[in-house]
Design a protein around this ligand. Structure first.
Ligand code: ZN
Ligand code: ZN
Ligand code: FE
Length: 777
């Protein structure tokens, strides 16, 4: 093009098309780009596409370069730029920069932003009596509010959200159209005149209050010891006064959740610090835009008016605390002035309720009052659960602020792979073009509701990414609903062994390439030899190539799955492995033996001797359970990981030496793996129990032993990079002592950050592993 073209402003010698991928929609990226381009005197336009944000700029080369640098270096808050692709075009003589209404082209891959907690600016308005949004619970802006939970499709525009039925009033529309406003193109923008409303209903669904009148009703109910089901941003919560033992006990009975700790919601960071003793990093996490439940140490001797009922988290040295996140929570908690228990609005094992009628039905008999609103929730997004390990954040449950997770793997593949996860803590993930998108936590697939939520997500995640899967990756367990879904999908199926998926997830989370020694320790996973695995040391030379280097010594679980709920059965399995036919005569004095009557014991001994109904396992999680039973801590569990958690809680100070154990050297098992023999460990534990050693000392020494086993295998393998993964590494003491031990010996330990170490991370590992094996399926 000639510079003499009359239409072209002076200095406009270049035009570039820029595609920005990553978390760039719903974060005010377009107005930010528009302001920046105008500041640099550039012409052109910006729009959302299915791929991300597309920009065309025209002006001098130098200014375009400066614009690009500034855009990459200081994107809007909450945006995360994945990749930037730049292409040269011929200048067109455009004179202005503008925002174009979205177009729907593109091949998919635009990451959708998670729901975010109300931002400080919005909260100032909510609590300003002169503001038109005074006490309005649905206040939001481009920096905060719902996203993932209300999006029907992309590009992200109001017409494709559950806000489309609300017509903006002139004042809201003016903000929405004003590039200088914080609400410029804020899709869920709303106010008391035009937006959603809260309705309080009794247990039969009859409205008792609406709008602003709702708050006094909710507050009065909480004060009087009622259980309130409240619709939040991504689902219902059950709330009650955390100080009142009677109501917390009632909630436990009605929810059938006798022991598992409840989370707390508090009005402010100050309030959180009255209950817990968070580190600086934990305080940052508490007040981050995701507002996750953060596991923080309890504050010793919390002042009386704030003392919470022991029923909230009996026995736990930590509390799960989150800050109020939606404006409605802020408004209610400011009024009550006390912390509330805030637990997912479901019965134990079911997915969280998101639909009003469904909530009224399923939570009938649990809640005394229902707080509903008319902004529909499209998909469940629960509270994320996070903690800080060695100064770094780890997500244990992906939800608000962290789902959908978008992970760049840097390994672009041509195939689109859907991973269906395992059975507990279900998630689905999609890999395409070097990006992995992972769903929110979907619950355990034991109930019909959970399986429906899982199937919806399995369709939903590809739809949002605008990709059609051509391969489906699943667990090897033939009976998991997630495996059956994969087999019935008609797509090419790639089975990925459970612990291999754990290791692959940890590697992807840490951007690791091989060789890696993956330590995958969890409750149970289907091994590729038909036995139950769970104490695995997997050598990954490169992604896609694995060898089972070592595993814990196997033992039998009498009654199979029942042993998961009854650690006393697992303990019998350990004793039987140790004493064989002499069992249980060798150990009549031990707690798990005494926990059965003679008849039951005879039956269990018979099935152990015969090897029927008692699958063999190398599970580390079960070993923790068995020790908890042996030292008399817990014989029957009421939730997953219960006994092991109590063993961790009870562990006291130690010298770090631990109990003896053995590594097989000359006689590796048939599969050519090293066997880590806990026999001497359990024998030493029994000696200590008999000599009256306190449980806290035994538990501490046992944790040290498990960490030392990992070090011993790492030394035998001689691989520097050690990836710690699987549900057992939710055990803070085990994880931290293993990290310290490995570091002190020159190894480089890795653990999980954005992808859960538990089965919530399995779908990520499945797609990563399947993508690295192009020959399969
Ligand atoms: Zn805001
Ligand atoms: Zn309005
Ligand atoms: Fe697992």
């Amino acid at each position: 093009m000639s510079a003499a073209s009359p239409a072209r402003p002076k200095g406009h010698d270049a035009r570039r098309r820029i595609l920005v991928r990553g978390l760039v929609q719903g974060v005010g990226f377009r107005p930010h780009t528009c302001r920046l381009a105008r500041r640099f005197g550039l012409a052109g336009w910006v729009c959302n596409t299915g791929d991300g944000v597309l920009i065309e700029v025209e002006g001098s080369r130098e200014l375009i370069d400066a614009f690009l640098r500034t855009l990459s270096e200081s994107p809007p808050a909450h945006a995360r730029i994945g990749a930037v692709e730049v292409e040269g075009l011929s200048p067109t003589g455009e004179r202005e920069f503008r925002i174009r209404t979205s177009r729907c082209d593109g091949g998919g891959g635009a990451a959708i932003l998670p729901d975010l907690a109300a931002c400080p600016d919005c909260l100032l308005e909510v609590f300003d009596p002169r503001d038109r949004r005074y006490l309005y619970p649905f206040t939001n802006c481009t920096h905060c509010g719902p996203r993932f939970s209300i999006i029907e499709g992309i590009p992200y525009d109001r017409a494709r959200t559950t806000m489309r039925s609300f017509r903006m009033c002139p004042a809201c529309l003016a903000e929405y159209r004003d590039p200088a406003s914080r609400r410029y193109h804020a899709q869920p923008n709303a106010c008391p005149v035009c937006g959603p409303r809260v309705t309080v209903r009794d247990t039969s669904g009859v409205p008792v209050a609406e709008g602003r009148e709702s708050v006094p009703h909710i507050v009065a109910a909480l004060r009087s010891g009622a259980i309130v089901a409240m619709k939040g941003v991504g689902g219902y919560h059950l709330l009650c006064d955390a100080r009142d033992p009677a109501v917390v006990g009632r909630l436990r009975r009605r929810k059938t959740r006798p022991d598992k700790p409840f989370a707390l919601m508090v009005a402010s960071l100050d309030e959180a610090r009255r209950l817990g003793d968070p580190s600086n990093r934990e305080m940052e996490l508490l007040s981050s835009p995701a507002a996750p439940i953060v596991l923080v140490p309890r504050r010793a001797g919390a002042p009386d008016p704030h003392a919470i009922a022991p029923e909230v988290a009996r026995g736990s040295p930590e509390l799960g605390i989150m800050l109020a996140h939606a404006p409605l929570h802020h408004i209610v908690l400011r009024e009550t002035g006390f912390p509330v228990v805030a637990t997912s609005g479901n019965r134990s094992g079911e997915p969280v309720a998101i639909d009003d009628r469904d909530a009224l039905e399923r939570l009938a008999g649990v809640a005394d009052l229902f707080v509903t609103h008319d902004r529909p929730i499209l998909r469940p997004v629960e509270d994320s659960v996070a903690r800080v390990t060695m100064g770094r954040e780890s997500i244990l449950r992906p939800g608000r602020g962290h789902a959908p997770l978008a992970l760049e793997t840097g390994r672009a593949g041509s195939r689109v792979i859907l991973g269906t996860g395992a059975h507990l803590k279900a998630t689905v993930s999609l890999a395409s073009g070097g990006t992995i998108v992972s769903s929110a936590h979907l619950g355990d697939l034991d109930t019909l509701q959970a399986r429906r939520a899982f199937e919806r997500a399995a369709r939903d995640i590809p739809t949002l990414a605008e990709r059609v899967p051509d391969v489906i990756a699943c667990d090897l367990h033939p009976d998991y609903p997630s495996t059956r879904f994969a087999v019935e999908s008609g797509l090419r199926v790639v089975g990925v062994q459970h612990h291999v998926a754990h290791v692959a997830a940890c590697m992807a989370d840490n951007d690791l390439t091989g060789p890696v020694l993956g330590v995958a320790w969890d409750g149970t996973g289907y091994g590729d030899d038909g036995t139950i695995w769970g104490g695995e040391f997997l050598l990954v030379h490169d992604m896609g190539e694995v060898h089972r280097f070592a595993h814990l010594r196997q033992f039998r679980l009498p009654g199979g799955e029942r042993a998961v709920r009854e650690p006393r059965r697992t303990a019998l399995g350990l004793l039987h492995e140790l004493f064989r036919t002499a069992f249980p005569d060798e150990a009549p004095d031990l707690a798990p033996v005494g926990a059965f009557d003679g008849e039951a014991l005879a039956v269990l001994r018979a099935i152990l001797d015969a090897g029927t109904h008692s699958p063999r396992t190398s599970s580390a999680g079960r070993l923790f359970d068995g020790i908890a039973a042996l030292i008399g801590l817990r014989q029957v569990s009421t939730f997953e990981g219960h006994a092991a958690l109590e063993l961790e809680w009870c562990a006291g100070a130690s010298d770090g030496e631990g109990y003896p154990f053995r590594l097989s050297g000359d006689e590796p098992d048939a599969g050519n793996s090293i066997v880590v023999d806990w026999g001497p460990t359990v024998a030493a534990v029994i000696d200590d129990v008999r000599s009256g050693t306190p449980a806290g000392s035994i538990a501490a020494a046992f944790h040290d032993t498990m960490a030392r086993m990992i070090l011993a295998v790492a030394e035998r393998a001689g691989i520097r990079q050690v990836a710690l993964t699987g549900g057992c590494f939710q055990n803070r003491r085990l994880l931290e002592s293993t990290i310290r031990l490995l570091r002190a010996t020159g190894f480089e330990p890795f653990w999980h950050h954005r992808v859960p170490c538990n089965d919530g991370g399995i779908s990520v590992g499945q797609v990563v592993w399947a993508a690295s094996r192009p020959g399969e399926g």
